[in-house]
Design a protein around this ligand. Structure first.
Ligand SMILES: Nc1ncnc2c1ncn2[C@@H]1O[C@H](COP(=O)(O)OP(=O)(O)O)[C@@H](O)[C@H]1O
Ligand SMILES: [Mg+2]
Length: 246
């Protein structure tokens, strides 16, 4: 049984087909990179998986349960966690409180009280290396620290599937390497599947992903083990605008 399964999912905005009949499967604990040029439908696909948008066609299954029409607040407790491309912290709340919110809306949701959610937040803040900033207002963090907080907030949901939308964009390469290693370890320890989306073929995806899915104008054009995907002429064409020389 796949952890996540999409069957022929289509999402339109008026006449624009943002996601076009996309089918895919993600297994438990798997690392998958979703790659595609700007506007290729990556964020929209995320939104369909997390429940921000409902598709016009197709179905979304999580652990064999049809979640196509469930709103995000009902998917998060099932184990679908995400970061946002544009971090949206509660600026005047502390880092600790922001991360604790993740715990309260996630898998543990109804079981955790405020103190317990703060305790979970503290553990995760330490794991992402933000402990020095724990009591600062989130609004005072640097962009990279905000990204880390956003990842911490998603991890506090204790997801089975972690969707990372450009979570590492703009980070320094050495920070990315640290983050990739951290997420890999954590995901392995906790059995979390990670789907990371990036605008460009980045070292982060190459370093992390077992499988790469490539979108182009809303359609899935490649779904293959990382090495094979990156050598695929269709991928090279999408990025360079022409097929590789023979
Ligand atoms: N809320 C929206 N309303 C209308 N069009 C949208 C909306 N979100 C995305 N789009 C359009 O859908 C297409 C895919 O966008 P998006 O999913 O953001 O791509 P990516 O994340 O790969 O850059 C783009 O043409 C974009 O302009
Ligand atoms: Mg995007």
């Amino acid at each position: 049984m796949a952890l996540l399964k999409l069957e022929e999912v289509t999402k339109r905005f008026g006449g624009l087909v943002a996601v076009n009949a996309v089918s895919l499967e993600i297994d438990a604990g798997e690392f998958v990179g979703i790659v595609g040029p700007n506007g290729s439908g990556k964020t929209t696909l995320f939104n369909v998986i997390s429940g921000v948008f409902f598709p016009e066609e197709g179905r979304v299954f999580f652990e064999d349960k049809d979640v196509t029409r469930l709103p995000p607040f009902k998917r998060a407790p099932l184990g679908i966690g995400r970061t946002f491309q544009i971090p949206r912290p509660f600026a005047s709340a502390s880092v600790r409180e922001n991360v604790a919110v993740g715990a309260m809306f996630g898998v543990l949701g109804p079981e955790v009280n405020v103190n317990e959610s703060l305790k979970i937040a503290d553990q995760i803040i330490e794991r992402v290396g933000l402990q020095e900033h724990r009591d600062k207002q989130a609004g005072t963090l640097t962009p990279v620290e905000k990204k880390l907080m956003e990842i911490a907030r998603a991890l506090a949901m204790k997801p089975k599937l972690l969707l990372m939308d450009e979570a590492m964009a703009g980070m320094h390469p050495s920070d990315i390497d640290g983050m990739v290693a951290f997420i890999k370890n954590l995901a392995r320890d906790e059995g979390i599947a990670v789907v990371a989306m990036v605008e460009h073929i980045m070292r982060a995806v190459v370093g992390m992903a077992e499988k790469v899915i490539v979108l182009d104008q809303g359609s899935k054009i490649v779904d293959a083990p990382t090495k094979q995907a990156l050598e695929d002429p269709k991928v090279i064409e999408v990025y360079l605008g022409h097929p590789p020389e023979e």
